[in-house]
Design a binder for this molecule. Sequence first.
Ligand SMILES: [Zn+2]
Length: 236
Amino acid sequence: MHKLNIGGLFMIKKETCKNKDFVVIFGKPGSGKGTISSMFCKEEKEMHNLNIISFSTGEYLRKLKQDPKMYKLYKQEFDKMDQGKRVSNKLVIAAVKKAIMDAEDGIIFDGFPRNEYQAKWLYEYLKSIGQNLNSVIILDVPDNEVLRRLSSRKTCPVCGKVYNSDYKSNYCKCGHTLIVRDDDTEFVIKNRLNDYKKYSKEVLSYFKSLSDNIKFYNINANRPKEKVLKDFIRVF
Ligand SMILES: [Zn+2]
């Protein structure tokens, strides 16, 4: 956390070039990246009044897909996304750039960067605006746990709530019928796992090749989320 010194003009000067927290979170699909990030952001808001955003590329793009104009414009990209494949750098970077410009205190990037090109863009863009990538946090979960968690996951198409395998009913608490999302079928999950292994290797080796102050942390995420969150707070 970067705290500002209070004191007249000095503070104003500091404020203009305030250091924000930019962190990349890595983890297989179903590792709980989204859950941990949003729990963390909520806690930072309550405890330190910091507005850290959890930016999930997938979630953001799924929202964009609902916009008929956007869907028409990027139909091919959205179809690729539904098959568990990667979307174009152009679309993703435009979305991330907007998030960075709007960020008050920092961002946790979830599902970004996906390749060396995007990683290099992120690193250089942050530098160009006087910011830094602080750390890369990796949530570790074994493959079989990913399959167990995701293949039984059901989503409410109306309110968006996601239920895990412990939830036996086919109805959302809001009353609507639950569905298995296109990207939660076993075939797509395996595709996403393979994709993750490829891109995380590529991106991590790029970040590690930089002679910079980026820190790397691995957290065992095959545990209750409260424990994972505790470790996440410790290393953030
Ligand atoms: Zn619902």
